[in-house]
Design a binder for this molecule. Structure first.
Ligand code: MRU
Length: 347
């Protein structure tokens, strides 16, 4: 995700690993479509993209009076909000940019129709840039808090892509890995392929291998075998939302890995920025789980693999009970299920 001052530049993640293709977006409806179609994906990245999308949406309204401008902010934010339902970062980022629009400006009254809305729009743009910059800092902090978990010679299993592609700079689940690698710690990563859209095989394997990190892709269904064979020492995954009771909503298949890790006595960590902690939602059962289209499951490389007429379900996320999570690695430190500080494992 890159903001060039006037437009949003997004790497089209659907085309990886075959092609590195960047599109330039100047319209909010196109940004919404890019999020819905997973050209840009990963909880923090869609929040950042939506924040810039709202800025783009309001650019043509800058000269309107505040009341009309703020009405347009509400309409456009509502449009962007519908792009994807599960990741809390999307609504969190839009709410922040909306609040910035309200906050303005040297005491001007929104009901005074003659005032320009340029300062409000500038405040929105500054807020979107701040969200983006804070995200980079949070990833680095997650890395610092989690790097000690990666011991020399260990194997870390991860699922989906909670890497640089999904966030900024170091990613979340990958941040401890990037820092450990930079500090010369030898370790291996096992990446679950992550059916149906293969974020693990296509994206995590792509970015880690480019960084020189030893990564092996396995089928999702091979995780139990790898754990039973002691080929996995710990699991680190990302999150789209962590509810007040510590339930973790993340890519479909995450909860199965947590159950397996519990069975095999393997620590199961979730890495996420504070922007993914949702204090407004009590438990994972209250979260809307996105159901995506049939074709993502029923076709592989354009070829239908499910007999015509057979029903298909495609939930994109699941809920891992907080009790199965060893700790949540955040930019503020390690948290336990009840959101209290976890004791760092001894060196
Ligand atoms: O459907 P996706 O690819 O957007 O799902 C992404 C995930 O589940 C990630 O693990 C999560 O968003 C964390 S990204 C730092």
């Amino acid at each position: 995700v890159r903001w060039d001052g006037e437009a949003l530049n997004l790497l089209d993640q659907r085309r990886l690993p075959d092609e590195v293709h960047i599109d330039r977006y100047t319209r909010a409806d196109e940004v919404r479509r890019a999020i819905a179609e997973l050209r840009v994906r990963g909880a923090p990245a869609i929040g950042i993209a939506a924040a810039y999308g709202l800025v783009l949406a309001l650019a043509p309204h800058r000269d309107r009076p505040p009341a009309a401008f703020l009405a347009a902010v509400r309409t456009e934010a509502a449009m962007l909000r519908t792009a994807r339902p599960t990741a809390v970062n999307l609504t969190w980022a839009l709410d922040r940019v909306m609040t910035a629009a309200q906050r303005d400006t040297k005491g001007s009254d929104p009901s005074v129709s003659s005032a320009s809305s340029v300062p409000r729009w500038q405040a929105m743009r500054a807020e979107a840039v701040a969200i983006h910059e804070e995200d980079r800092a949070m990833c680095r902090a997650i890395g610092e808090h989690g790097v000690h978990l990666i011991r020399p010679g260990c194997a870390v299993l991860t699922h989906c892509n909670a890497g640089a592609l999904a966030v900024s700079e170091l990613g979340t689940a990958t941040a401890p890995m990037y820092l450990a690698h930079a500090r010369g710690v030898p370790f291996r990563v096992v990446a679950c392929e992550t059916r149906p859209l293969l974020q693990g095989a296509r994206l995590t394997a792509w970015e880690l291998s480019r960084a020189g990190i030893d990564v092996t892709v396995i089928c999702d269904s091979a995780a139990a075998h790898a754990m039973a064979a002691r080929e996995v020492d710990l699991v680190i995954v990302g999150a789209d939302r962590v509810t007040r009771n510590g339930d973790v909503v993340n890519k479909i298949g995450t909860s199965a890995l947590a159950v397996l890790a519990k069975h095999f006595g393997i620590p199961f960590y979730v890495a996420c920025p504070s922007s993914t902690l949702d204090s407004h939602t009590a438990t994972g059962t209250e979260v809307t789980i996105e159901e995506r289209g049939r074709d993502e499951v029923a076709t592989i490389a354009g070829r239908c693999i499910v007999p015509e007429g057979v029903k298909v379900r495609n939930p994109a996320f699941d809920v891992t009970p907080g009790a199965l999570v060893t700790a949540i690695i955040t930019d503020r430190g390690l948290l336990k299920e009840n959101m209290t500080e976890a004791r760092e494992p001894s060196e």
